[in-house]
Ligand binder design. Sequence first.
Ligand SMILES: [Zn+2]
Length: 224
Amino acid sequence: MDRRTLLLGSFPAAVLAGCGVSSATQPQADNNEAAQPASDAAPPDEPITVPMTLYLVQDRADASGSVLSSQRTEAGLATIAEDMGEVWSQANVVFDPVNVETIEVPTDVLEAIALGLDTSAFFDQIGVSFDVPNAAAVNGFYVRTAGGVNGFAPTGSRVFFVIDEPSVHDERVSSHEVGHIFGLHHQLEDPGTLMFSGTNGTMLTEEEVVVARYTAQGVLDGAR
Ligand SMILES: [Zn+2]
């Protein structure tokens, strides 16, 4: 299986609507709340171990100076991965091993994402004009900006994107996008849930735990 297939899974890469608008237009009501407690439900006994790589995405034309290069650090991404592990522990999903990589991507690929969440150039150019080392079962790409949303996960892929300054906690938007990779849809009722859009909720319902674990296992099986 080539690397692009690994990242995409078996579906074409259509793009989901993004999750949570950026701070410019988002009401701030939820942003100062502490993260919600995890569900009371006991996690399933058997851990599901999911290899994950987080990528610090830079503009190849001007890695440190470009308005399209992420201003994050590799240490920052490692911290996000740890905090994601806490959120997903309620489903007994363990991210391991975790790799952090810095990649340099052509400017036009980043512009397409920044302007409108268009990932067609991104997926087309993997392995052609830029490389994605250590592609894993779940792959997070940290970009400077993405069409005014906090993050998004292209449908049917094992890939999510998160911007530099989301309106919610970094680990929350990252964990939310992983929820989409694991087959979860938006919650519309309870802002305390992980899959409610644009809050710092982190709770998974019992049903979501079942679905996410089932889908995560499928992602692992497909990635082998
Ligand atoms: Zn979402």
